[in-house]
Design a protein around this ligand. Structure first.
Ligand code: AMP
Ligand code: MN
Ligand code: MN
Ligand code: MN
Length: 277
């Protein structure tokens, strides 16, 4: 069975509609897919029936910060109708909107004509994020591609990297737990932390009520996978895995396109009821 428990639809910054994402995942050989859009449950409002080709696990990826570092927490097997989670998502949506205003003001200070209205129009839904700013900067000819937009204006330490304002780690984990889900520390290798700081983050996350960690996320070095597997075992966290798929145009990121979980960890799905897809 191939489980891919981290992916994005066009309800956030992915390019495929939720139903098309499920079809694409099935074509790529995935048996069980979680759609985990950034701070929104809109995918679950638009999907009215489950496709037989792939089993769907409900999910979300919530933005938070830890010691001023932007950190993502995936919630799996959540009840998308749960009120505590819905209220939290509404709050994150407001934070995203205000954050977009701040990003626009900071870019204006760099000499870019205030992009706020154009970016709201590009976003066109409940998720408004840095990828929309990147799209605008490319469309205006200010940078040649999205990668350059992040390198010059939006990525870590650049003017558009606005990290404050998110709900706390305790809060986002509590929303997920209230919705009957499992909180998963997303892509620990992507925060640029040393191993000891990654361990400190995972311990705090565990203390907040988190129960799993992504031991494999997209393509990562096998030495990192081995380290994260040891961390999962040491801290008694279940192991999750996913592609963090956004777009079929990115040849390096394909649903199911990652190495299997190493032996010795406890796969997150062992705690779930299993039925065939
Ligand atoms: P936000 O949700 O507004 O913080 O935007 C973060 C999203 O931007 C991530 O989920 C990625 O999909 C995308 N992203 C982050 N860093 C980069 C980068 N260096 N190049 C391209 N896309 C990026
Ligand atoms: Mn994204
Ligand atoms: Mn993420
Ligand atoms: Mn993601």
């Amino acid at each position: 069975m191939i489980y891919d428990l981290h992916s994005h639809s066009n309800a956030s910054d992915g390019s495929l509609a939720p139903a098309d994402l499920l079809c694409h995942a099935a074509e790529c050989g995935v048996d069980v897919l979680a759609i985990t859009d950034h701070d929104t449950l809109d995918a679950y409002d638009s999907l009215d029936k489950q496709l037989p080709a792939v089993r769907l696990i409900t999910g979300i990826e919530l933005s938070t910060s830890w010691n001023r570092i932007g950190v993502h927490i995936v919630g799996l097997n959540i009840d998308p109708a749960n009120k505590v989670l819905r209220d939290g998502v509404t709050r994150q949506k407001g934070i995203r909107f205000e954050r977009a205003r701040t990003i626009a003001q900071r870019l204006a200070k760099c000499g870019i004509p205030d992009p706020f209205d154009a970016v709201v129009e590009i976003a066109g839904g409940s998720y408004i994020g840095r990828p929309h700013f990147a799209e605008h900067l490319v469309a205006e000819g200010i940078v040649k591609d999205s990668k350059t937009a992040f390198r010059k204006y939006l990525g870590a330490g650049k003017p558009g990297d606005v990290r404050h304002g998110w709900a706390s780690l305790d809060e986002v984990v509590q929303w997920i737990n209230s919705a009957g889900g499992t909180a998963v520390l997303a892509h620990p290798a992507k925060y640029g932390l040393t191993k000891s700081r990654t361990r400190a983050l995972a311990k705090d996350f565990r203390h907040s009520g988190g129960r799993a960690i992504e031991v494999v996320c997209g393509s990562q070095q096998s030495s990192m996978t081995a380290y994260l597997a040891r961390l999962a075992i040491e801290l008694d966290l279940d192991a999750s895995c996913g592609s963090d798929f956004h777009n079929p145009g990115f040849a390096w990121s394909r649903p199911g396109g990652f190495e299997p979980l190493p032996a010795g960890v406890r796969p997150i799905w062992d705690t779930w009821q299993t039925h065939s897809p």
